[in-house]
Design a protein around this ligand. Structure first.
Ligand SMILES: [Zn+2]
Length: 305
């Protein structure tokens, strides 16, 4: 840095010269008192500021370029350990700065971040966009796969709260649009499901329903029966309702068995055997020969008839 103190040129580079001078300088610094040290740092700081204050635009640009190149060169040549250590220092510096920032600094930082992010997204190509969304999905899935039970519960709770908050604040149009999207998604999924998926869905639905019934309170039970009864009467056609037997409410134990006797009543006209219970009041059967009006020719019947 101090050109006037530079020794005769016997080094191949500035780095070599500094490396050679380092032990001597280090020794000198170990000898200095606290006051001398403070004085030296003050002197260096002033010299540096003076130099920066007086540099031209070109000098400034050149200095920043050198700095960037030095930095890039160092990064390109660093070992894995050096890289890890650098990123750790960077993260710590960043966290420390964030912890100590004021409310305004925080707001400004988040705004800059959002603008940078939006600008990058607006200018990205289709491929970059796809890659970004894929990375995002993978990061999200990886985080979900690795979350603890508490993190899982906390995430679902946050999700539910966000969702409820959004629903609470939506307009009538937003609500209608949301329900329409939901119905379309649901129908599309049902239309495209396999036979197994369909069976599994209906089973889940039945189980959910039964579970709800099993766990309902007395009030919920009464309300459900009332609701079902109203739904039944609403959807049944009046003509059927007045005449039809209420099959849903039949008690099988109360049904009287129908018995029409043995089939041993002989028709006086054709000698066919009939059930006693089907015998008309005038004792003349109609189902066989219509009370003798139909005269069937004699046929050869098998022996068991
Ligand atoms: Zn007969």
């Amino acid at each position: 840095m101090q050109k006037k103190n530079m020794p005769p040129k016997k080094y191949n580079s500035e780095e070599e010269r500094k490396a050679a001078a380092a032990p001597k300088r280090q020794n000198a610094r170990q000898q200095e008192t606290a006051d001398q040290r403070a004085e030296r740092l003050q002197r260096d700081s002033e010299a540096k500021r003076l130099k920066l204050d007086n540099e031209t635009a070109e000098q400034r640009a050149a200095r920043l370029l050198r700095k960037a190149e030095t930095s890039r060169s160092r990064i390109e040549n660093e070992t894995a350990e050096q890289r890890a250590a650098r990123l750790l220092r960077k993260a710590e510096t960043s966290r420390s700065r964030i912890e100590n920032e004021t409310a305004e600094q925080r707001a400004a930082r988040l705004l800059r971040k959002a603008e940078t992010s939006r600008s990058r997204i607006e200018n990205e190509t289709a491929e970059k966009s796809a890659a970004r969304l894929l990375r995002k999905a993978e990061t999200s899935r990886s985080r979900i796969d690795n979350e603890t039970a508490e993190q899982h519960a906390a995430r679902l709770l946050r999700k539910a709260e966000t969702s409820r908050s959004r629903i609470d604040n939506e307009t009538a149009e937003q609500r209608a649009a949301r329900l329409l999207r939901k119905a379309e998604t649901s129908r599309s999924r049902i239309d495209n499901e396999t036979a197994e998926q369909s069976a599994a869905r209906l089973l889940r639905k039945a189980e959910t329903y039964r579970s709800r019934i099993d766990n309902e309170t007395a009030e919920q039970h009464a309300a459900r029966l009332q609701h079902d009864a109203e739904a039944h009467s609403r959807y049944r056609r009046p003509t059927i309702r007045t005449n039809a037997i209420d099959l849903a409410n039949i008690n099988e134990k109360e049904i009287i068995e129908f018995y029409c006797g043995q089939m041993n009543e002989s028709c006086e006209f054709c000698n066919s055997l009939n059930f006693m219970g089907e015998r008309p009041p005038d004792r003349k059967f109609s189902a066989c020969c219509h009370k003798g009006k139909i005269d069937l020719p004699e046929q050869d019947y098998p022996e068991y008839l």
